[in-house]
Structures are given as structure tokens and as C-alpha cells.
Design a protein around this ligand. Structure first.
Ligand code: HEC
Ligand code: HEC
Length: 430
């Protein structure tokens, strides 16, 4: 198999770039002449990694279900898959191996799964993760649940719409370093090329590519695996979409009514089948790129958020975009603590209390301030009163969004896992 590692990391081009989005800005072209080498070096006939924007052709839904083991749950629309990287089982399976492969990091110790654990709906249980060089990330590791339906990726980047592009951020990003692969990009491709599994799996997944193993292919396979992480079999789904009248407890049903009430307003931002207003799918007529300020901070009395993570304003520069973040999907939210873009809220009970108060008051420390009076706060976060029973009903509803089959599905588990006897585990052989 031929190996063609390509120089990817930009050494210049910072004018529009903030933090890890630098790579992404490059994908749109850069004013000072640097180019996005991944695309530039792709073999002539190879598909360009997907830009699954609204005008991009998408893989037809019939082909999706015929060619892949993707289970689209009842009540879910067909996802939007870029025609430049059609989903196949071979790519999903290859992507699963790469997702759990520590050889993808600079120090050989971290994989995607270090920050995205299946049992936590692919979040990691930490407020802020640490990358392979020990650098602490500025944002909470997002869960990877139905990412295929996210109109934009990460907590607050309006430009990042393609998983193929996003995946280079944790691999090569330098601000902060996550997998820290940038200085080792040639070496890492060589490591993968030396592995017997990959020697077969890359050509099988990319039969049309002249160079089946390069960084493009790695990103396309990882994107395919991430797209396959679809969760839609919670108690809520069984009750609403699958006609199981007993699936939800009486308390969770009351909590559902509260969640969708005009008094609590949750559904405005966490509505729809994926519990976020930011969803797109194959039939979405226009792009929804919504970001909201929920009044978590007010460090300067003028609506300021801590400098480490200020949300949409970092990308647009518009003052009114201060503290605006993408509403996360609430699917599996009971296993993804701690919460919010910076992991600063530990429990779901606390989340409810913050919304009930109409924002968060921090009384001491560097982030002290009254988020309730943040001038950029959404008009839907106005506060409400719940009695004890209603509060536990709302919690029961949020807990009913947990999909145990997703959290334990062997198809999403570590394929390299070995039991104590050194033999592959059940998950590894699926
Ligand atoms: C050091 C921890 C870390 C590692 C390693 C890591 N991630 Fe992440 N991931 C994060 C954080 C933090 C975010 C949120 C980033 C942000 O908003 O700026 C994120 C966001 C994402 C998202 C966006 C999800 C969404 O809903 O928008 C995807 C997809 C993703 N990661 C996939 C991967 C893949 C694939 C790998 C391996 C190549 C990987 N991650 C490695 C921490 C990590
Ligand atoms: C104005 C839109 C809006 C409304 C209304 C809203 N949310 Fe949110 N929600 C968001 C945004 C945006 C975030 C992320 C904020 C951040 O990290 O700064 C969020 C975060 C959350 C989180 C944390 C999820 C995670 O993975 O970290 C939970 C839980 C949540 N909201 C539940 C609710 C509930 C329950 C209600 C109703 C009481 C509600 N939300 C109302 C927009 C909203």
C-alpha cells in the first residue's frame, strides 16, 4: 500500500483564527496564501472531504439503509451525509478502530476515546479535559450523540459544519493541544500503515482512492464512525415514537409536560427529536445556526463571560454574541455531567435551579457576578417557580432520555479491547 503523508499543519495564517478553529478557517481559504493541504494533496479522483452544507449533495436515504447497518430510530428524519463521503459499514468499522487507537496521538497514549467514553454518551466526566501534552482544554468535552444531526459542531463555532473538517481539530489543534499529532504526522501514518488490520481495512473502506491511507482517509473514516453514533431508544422514545404507554413513569410524564410548557420554555432551545434547536437533517429547508446566552456569568456587570470561553463572540466579534453557545442535545444528559460549555455545573438539579432563578449568581471568586441580569441573556431564560415534586418530575424526565442500548452497544465499543486471557472481547469481534 502506498503511503503519502501530507504536510497539513499551517505555520502561518492567524488573522481570522481563534484557538482551535484555525484549521477550520483554513478550509475556507486563507487571506495570506496558506492552503488547506489536506484538500490540496488529495489524489485527483478522490472525493474531497465533505462539506455537508445545505447545497451539498447528500447520500440518498435508501442507499444509506441498504448499504449500512445504520439504525435510524423511529421518529427520526434521515440524516444528511455528504455525497463526497458516503457512509459504508467498512468506513464505520475502520473509524471505530481509529477512534480507539492511541497511536493517533503524539505521545501514543491518548485516543479520541480518552475524552469521549461510550458509557458517558461519549463525554468524559471531567469539567475540562487535558490534552496529550498536559494542556487543559478551554471547553467541556462534548458528548457525541447524534452529531450527524448537528448543524454546527462544537460549543460555539458557526463555521464548523463538516465532521471531516472538525476531526482535524482534536488531531492537529495547537490551541489547545488535544491529540497533539501535528509534529508526528508522517510518523503516525507510518505507525498505522505497519498494522496488519489497517493494511486491509483502509483499501477495503476506500477502494476508489489511489492512496487509501492518508490523513484524508483517517478523517473520513472517523467522521463515518461519529455519524453512526445515533441514539434514539430511550424511555422517552419508546413512549413517544414506539407506542409503549408504560415506558415513562408518571413522574417523568409530568416532567415532560413541564419541559414543553410555555412557563419553563426549555423546548424553545432544546426542542425537536434531538432536543436541540441546532439540528439539521436531509430534509431541513434552511440552516438553523442558533446560539444562546443562558445567563451563566456576568463577570463585569456588563454581561461579560470569563476570557477562557466567551462563546460566539470569539468567532463573530459582535458584542451581542457574548456568552452565546449552541444548546446541547439533552439526549443521555443524565450521564454527561458536569454540564455547560466549561463543565461548571455539576448536577442536573443545579442546572434546573439556575434556569429557575433566571440565571446563575456567583457570589465570590474571579467569576463573581449576577448572570440573571446579563444583558445578552435570551428572553426565554426568565425564571420560574417549581415545588419539590415538580423539580423531581423534571429531573425524572431528563433521566428518561438515557438510552442504555446506546451506552452499551458493542458496535460502538473498543475493538482493540482484550480480556484478561488476552483474547479479543465480544465487542472487539462484532
Ligand atoms: C483532549 C480531549 C479530546 C480529545 C482527545 C478529542 N476530543 Fe473531541 N471534543 C473535545 C472537546 C473539549 C470538544 C468541544 C470543543 C469545543 O467546543 O471547542 C470536543 C468536540 C468534539 C466533536 C463535536 C461534537 C458536537 O456535537 O459538536 C466531535 C465530533 C469530536 N469532538 C470528535 C472527536 C474525535 C473523532 C476525536 C479523535 C480524533 C476527538 N474528538 C478527540 C475533547 C476531545
Ligand atoms: C434560550 C435557550 C435555552 C433555554 C430556554 C433552555 N436552554 Fe438549556 N441550554 C441552552 C444552552 C445555550 C446551553 C449551553 C450553555 C452554556 O454552556 O453556556 C444549555 C445547556 C443546558 C444543559 C446542560 C447540557 C450539557 O450537556 O452540558 C441542560 C441540562 C439544559 N440546558 C437543560 C435545560 C432545561 C431543563 C431548560 C428549561 C428549564 C432549558 N435548558 C432551557 C439553551 C437553552
Amino acid at each position: 500500500m502506498s503511503i503519502m503523508p501530507t504536510p497539513i499543519m499551517p505555520t502561518q495564517c492567524r488573522p481570522l483564527c481563534l484557538k482551535a478553529c484555525c484549521l477550520v478557517t483554513l478550509a475556507w481559504g486563507c487571506t495570506d496564501g496558506a492552503s488547506f493541504a489536506v484538500v490540496e494533496h488529495a489524489p485527483p479522483n478522490a472525493p474531497t472531504p465533505g462539506e455537508a452544507g445545505p447545497d451539498e449533495p447528500t447520500q440518498p436515504a435508501e442507499e444509506l439503509t441498504a448499504l449500512t447497518r445504520l439504525d435510524i430510530p423511529p421518529g427520526f428524519p434521515p440524516p444528511r451525509i455528504p455525497a463526497t463521503n458516503p457512509l459504508t459499514d467498512a468506513k464505520i468499522e475502520l473509524g471505530r478502530h481509529l477512534f480507539y487507537d492511541t497511536r493517533l496521538s503524539g505521545n501514543g497514549e491518548q485516543s479520541c476515546a480518552s475524552c469521549h467514553e461510550q458509557s458517558k454518551a461519549f463525554a468524559d466526566g471531567r469539567a475540562l479535559p487535558t490534552g496529550s501534552t498536559g494542556e487543559i482544554h478551554h471547553a467541556n468535552s462534548l458528548h457525541l450523540v447524534n452529531a450527524v444531526y448537528q448543524g454546527t459542531l462544537t460549543w460555539a463555532n458557526p463555521l464548523l459544519t463538516s465532521l471531516e473538517t472538525q476531526i482535524f481539530v482534536p488531531i492537529f489543534g495547537e490551541e489547545p493541544v488535544e491529540l497533539g499529532a501535528a509534529p508526528f504526522q508522517v510518523e503516525i501514518i507510518e505507525r498505522l500503515a505497519a498494522d496488519a488490520y489497517y493494511q486491509e481495512a483502509f483499501p477495503a473502506a476506500f477502494p476508489e482512492r489511489e492512496t487509501p491511507l492518508d490523513w484524508d482517509a483517517v478523517a473520513m473514516a472517523l467522521a463515518s464512525f461519529v455519524r453512526s453514533l445515533i441514539s434514539g431508544n430511550s424511555a422517552f422514545d419508546r413512549f413517544v415514537y414506539q407506542g409503549e404507554a408504560q415506558a415513562l413513569s408518571a413522574s417523568a410524564k409530568r416532567g415532560m409536560d413541564l419541559f414543553f410548557s410555555e412557563e419553563l420554555e426549555c423546548h424553545h432551545c432544546h426542542g425537536g427529536f434531538n432536543f436541540t434547536e441546532a439540528s439539521v437533517h436531509a430534509n431541513t429547508p434552511f440552516e438553523a445556526r442558533r446560539f444562546n446566552n443562558t445567563g451563566l456569568y456576568n463577570v463585569d456587570g456588563e454581561g461579560g463571560y470569563p476570557l477562557t470561553a466567551r462563546g460566539l463572540i470569539e468567532f463573530t466579534g459582535a458584542p451581542s454574541d457574548m456568552g452565546r453557545f449552541r444548546a446541547p442535545s439533552l439526549r443521555n444528559v443524565a450521564v454527561t455531567a458536569p454540564f455547560m460549555h466549561d463543565g461548571s455545573v455539576e448536577t442536573l438539579g443545579e442546572v434546573i435551579d439556575i434556569y429557575a432563578a433566571g440565571g446563575r449568581v456567583i457570589s465570590e471568586g474571579p467569576n463573581a457576578g449576577d448572570g440573571r441580569s446579563n444583558p445578552f441573556k435570551s428572553g426565554f431564560v426568565v425564571g420560574f417557580t417549581l415545588n419539590e415534586r415538580q423539580r423531581s418530575d423534571l429531573l425524572a424526565f431528563l433521566e428518561s432520555l438515557t438510552d442504555d442500548a446506546f451506552l452499551t452497544n458493542p458496535r460502538f465499543a473498543d475493538p482493540w479491547a482484550r480480556g484478561e486471557d488476552g483474547a479479543p472481547t465480544a465487542a472487539a469481534t462484532r
